[in-house]
Design a protein around this ligand. Structure first.
Ligand SMILES: [Cu+2]
Length: 214
């Protein structure tokens, strides 16, 4: 049922092993469950057992329909939508957010001090400037891709927004498990991003840009 595609060169610091299960649900829709395993390059080289796997959270997986019949959205969903990414305790919550392309993300400031949100590299580029406690600013993620968000006051703050062109997506937990609900029967291409590795690279680029600006 699924054509799986692994992007070449996707994983920077680890390799990903994906196992996929399709569970029949109501009508012709199904729930797709997966288990992603991330192994360090050294463990992968030595072909160690899955017990050598490390934290496998924050892997985004999405299914791109290959048949016109399966391109319609799941019942009860509309796309794009509005999401929230809250600034609280000097962090973005949630840390990783997956949205259908065209969706609006609100950034409410729930801390008693100023914050900023900016994205300078891949994906959507913007800078919301400084805004005060209790205020909310919003951004429409109108292009596909991965956006790395930071706050220019608090260097420890980071988040990732992944905009996808399908309603069928999921985010892995620490064990690498994820589920994509209400997937119509059909053929799909499986795509994935291990955002934590890419965030690390984006953070280093931000640091370098800051040093050059000084
Ligand atoms: Cu901040």
């Amino acid at each position: 049922m699924f054509d799986t595609v692994r992007k070449p060169g996707l994983v920077i610091a680890a390799c990903i092993v994906c196992s996929c299960t399709v569970i029949p649900a109501r009508g012709q829709d199904v729930a797709v469950t997966m288990r992603m395993a991330v192994r360090s390059p050294a463990a992968a080289k030595q072909e160690k057992s899955p017990r050598a796997a490390v934290d496998a959270s924050d892997i985004v997986v999405w299914l791109k329909p290959l048949d016109p019949a399966s391109r319609s959205e799941p019942e009860g969903t509309t796309s794009p939508k509005t999401f929230r990414l809250v600034q609280h305790n000097k962090s973005f919550q949630p840390h990783v957010l997956v949205v259908p392309v065209g969706s609006v993300v609100d950034f409410p400031n729930h801390d008693p001090f100023f914050h900023n949100v900016f994205s300078l590299f891949d994906g959507k580029r913007f800078d919301l400037g400084l805004y005060e406690a209790g205020a909310t600013n919003s951004v429409r993620f109108d292009r596909l891709g991965v956006s790395f968000l930071f706050c220019n006051i608090h260097p420890e703050m980071s988040a990732v927004v992944v905009a996808v062109d399908t309603p069928y997506y999921g985010l892995s937990d620490r064990k690498g498990s994820l589920a994509i609900q209400n997937v119509p029967d059909g053929r799909y291409e499986l795509a994935q991003e291990q955002v934590r590795a890419r965030l690390h690279t984006a953070f280093r680029s931000k640091l370098l840009a800051s040093l050059i600006a000084c």
